[in-house]
Design a protein around this ligand. Structure first.
Ligand code: SAM
Length: 344
């Protein structure tokens, strides 16, 4: 498909550049801030297989998105490595002209057995989530008895497969794992990997988010810099969500994702596709636009392209900007969105 000549832009002149593809709504972890067991327990009904987009459907949509300006694809979930043969999807996506980058966000549990095949299929980058180096803290957060050592093994396996530097995502929740910030920083200094601390966000209908639970990025950086001085460095590409810092002693890089205290809506070029084929134009959007229906009803590429263009052209989301303003006024906000499309 030809690359679009007239760049697509939303109502705030933001282009469409990135697509986060959730390949499954399932996860083996029950991270308390993401898929708490009280909600995602034994009785929770996950999507039946026939409702998930097939690899062929995903590749077809990815090709259409690429024609509209998307250059980077990120596979996420749920836990994306629960989707069997994900390397085959990576290869299919890598064959699409215009795709410049394919990345994966994972909890790491299944990565050691799959890293080499994923890299061989064309995966370029991997982000592994790890919230603490302390087993008690990490297991209390993942609520699945999953040990720290296994995630460290996953990071090493990714590096051995040629996927270094690995990005490591650490969500920080006040009173839960803020004591893990300095040990995490110490561990990943000199490692060549890039640790990024994420402000705890009000994603999901049920994580009971309160502003008091957020440790601000500025506080995280000040804590780290008190121990190992850092200085800001430029983003590696326009619209990068992490703010990057370099250790002055040459120990590498660390980042923060300040989605709550310094929202980056004005530069947000990301669309999200849920596992059942709904297009979300914001991480916090409560409602998605169904693409699977038209896709399975036989819509042509052109019809799908027009549908996606019209959704993006109407996009006006700037949830985090508005939330930050409103929070400053009232300090009271309700969490409000579904989880199926938040990954990565
Ligand atoms: N299962 C994969 C994983 O663990 O990386 C991919 C999906 S997970 C939803 C993607 C990322 O979102 C993880 O790094 C996770 O820590 C982060 N995340 C989930 N809930 C969050 C929240 N409430 N605030 C900030 N980050 C969150």
């Amino acid at each position: 498909m030809a690359i679009t000549e007239v760049p697509l832009a939303d109502t705030l002149t933001r282009p469409l550049r990135d697509l986060r593809i959730s390949v499954t709504d399932r996860c083996q972890f029950r991270c308390t801030y993401c898929m708490p067991r009280e909600v995602f327990g034994r009785d929770f009904v996950f999507l039946p297989r026939e409702q998930l987009l097939t690899f062929e459907e995903l590749a077809r949509l990815a090709q259409i998105f690429t024609g509209l300006g998307v250059r980077k694809l990120r596979l996420t979930g749920g836990e994306p490595l629960l989707r069997r043969d994900l390397d085959k999807l990576v290869a299919m996506l890598g064959a699409i002209s215009g795709v410049q980058d394919i990345a994966l966000t994972t909890n790491g549990a299944l990565l050691p057995g799959k890293a080499a095949a994923l890299a061989a299929a064309g995966l370029r980058r991997v982000t592994v989530s790890l919230d603490s180096l302390d087993d008690a803290v990490f297991m209390a957060l993942n609520d699945a008895r999953f040990p720290v050592a296994a995630v460290l093994e996953a990071i090493a396996a990714a590096a051995a497969a040629g996927l270094a530097p690995v990005k490591v995502n650490t969500v920080v929740k006040r009173g839960v794992n803020e004591q893990s910030i300095l040990p995490m920083a110490a561990h990943f200094r000199h490692s060549g990997h890039v640790l990024r601390f994420i402000e705890y966000m009000d994603v999901g209908t049920t994580n009971g988010w309160r502003l008091d639970d957020v440790v601000a990025a500025a506080e995280i950086i000040s804590l780290i810099s008190g121990q190992w001085p850092v200085e800001p460095i430029a983003p590696s590409y326009p619209g990068e969500v992490a703010t990057r810092y370099r250790y002055r002693d040459g120990a590498g890089e660390v980042g923060v994702i300040a989605s709550v205290t310094q929202p980056f809506c004005s530069g947000c070029t990301r669309a999200r596709l849920s596992a059942d084929g709904k297009l979300y134009t914001c991480l916090f959007a409560g409602v998605g636009h169904d693409l699977r229906g038209p896709l399975r009803a036989g819509a042509s590429d052109q019809a799908l392209r027009e549908l996606i263009s019209s959704i993006w052209a109407r996009r006006a989301d700037r949830y985090s900007d508005l939330r930050t303003r409103q929070t400053r006024r009232s300090q009271q906000l309700k969490p409000k969105v579904e989880m199926s499309h938040i990954g990565g």
